[in-house]
Design a protein around this ligand. Sequence first.
Ligand code: MN3
Length: 202
Amino acid sequence: MAIILPDLPYAYDALEPYIDAETMTLHHDKHHATYVANANAALEKHPEIGEDLVALLSDVEQIPADIRQALINNGGGHLNHALFWELLSPEKTEITEEVAAAINEAFGSIDAFQEAFTVAATTRFGSGWAWLVVNAEGKLEVMSTANQDTPIMEGKQPILALDVWEHAYYLNYRNVRPNYIKAFFEIINWTKVAELYAAAKA
Ligand code: MN3
């Protein structure tokens, strides 16, 4: 057994014009594939810990020290990207009542949520991610993480993710990260967000 690179759930060009086919091809086939290969290389050194990345990253202290950072970077990289692909959709989806109610409760309005998420994504210095998570109290929270750190490491369940590494947008958007963030809101898979929210609340 090993960690497997999942196929994209749509064609490489399906998200155009918001995300271009070349970016999607490199991002999935090269970047994500490398995280998978490196995660497997780390796991092979310690077959006794198994391959459940969610369980391992939920408590990183239990990961053997010699592979801990490699698994945070590459195991996290795999989980984050596998989630990210599913959270994008070529078809327009609508925010569900349950998710809208939770967002309104936490942020006051959908617009205020979008603004908070945009700030988190814009102000993440260097490489990282912006997130909407369900925290330990079952409430929604916007946060960002550096590199490939996952909110799972902090006991939070991600239900929306945006990759703000330059490799995610530079070919099309160059240095203008805010335009990429704006485009992201056009292709969010709210059906998947609702599914993740229900699972996190269960
Ligand atoms: Mn990436």
